[in-house]
Design a protein around this ligand. Sequence first.
Ligand code: ADP
Ligand code: ADP
Length: 227
Amino acid sequence: MISFQQVGKTYPDGTVAVAATDLTADSGRITVLVGPSGSGKTTLLRMVNRMIDPTSGSILIDGVDVKSKPAPELRRGIGYVIQNAGLFPHRTVLANIMTVPRLLGWSKERAREKSMELLLTVGLEAEHAQRYPYQLSGGQQQRVGVARALVADPPVLLMDEPFSAVDPVVRKDLQTELLRLQSELEKTILFVTHDIDEAILLGDKVAVLNTGGVLEQFDSPSELLAK
Ligand code: ADP
Ligand code: ADP
């Protein structure tokens, strides 16, 4: 479980991105942060893996303060997927996915084997392994991004608008794929989107943000639909 306790973030220029926020993301569930641009979604997400540090409050993962570990160690347990996949353009798909296990010190053989497995898990084919990112569609690149985030089997997955840059038909596929994956993997997922329909479709729990903090939390999408 990820627990935000009175978490706030004021940037050095005085912008209050997040005001004292309490939020929990339950283990094995998808918690969606939804809200307009500038409502602090990305800031909240990046405080979990300490790309950004809060100016007040604390964030606990399974009861352990994220500040208590060195960032590299913390990040071993956290997958991260961003909007345009963020793949290394000069590395093949396989090499992109293998980056993470190699950093973790796995043997080349084990890294390759597990990376090939993940490639298939996210709905790509073996023949995609030797391609370069530019030779893939946007939707396929996102799948590689998801494979790379999951290859070391982290319990936590942070997803920042992962499907926002692809067209609606592909987005639908990716959403369906994520729900299928999650039913097997049961990660603790924090998912950021500005799309309320996506929030309702994917969220076991939905937190609605407006400028500077959480406006309302819904323990099920049906509660949100009823509003
Ligand atoms: P969202 O992800 O919901 O679009 P962000 O977390 O990116 O929101 O931003 C929240 C607010 O913080 C916005 O007003 C944004 O302009 C501001 N902000 C984000 N990053 C910085 C930064 N590095 N310095 C100053 N202000 C920032
Ligand atoms: P995204 O919505 O994909 O996070 P943004 O355009 O909001 O993209 O932010 C891109 C980068 O610029 C982020 O690293 C964010 O922290 C930074 N940023 C966003 N708003 C501001 C701001 N007002 N001042 C300084 N940096 C900002």
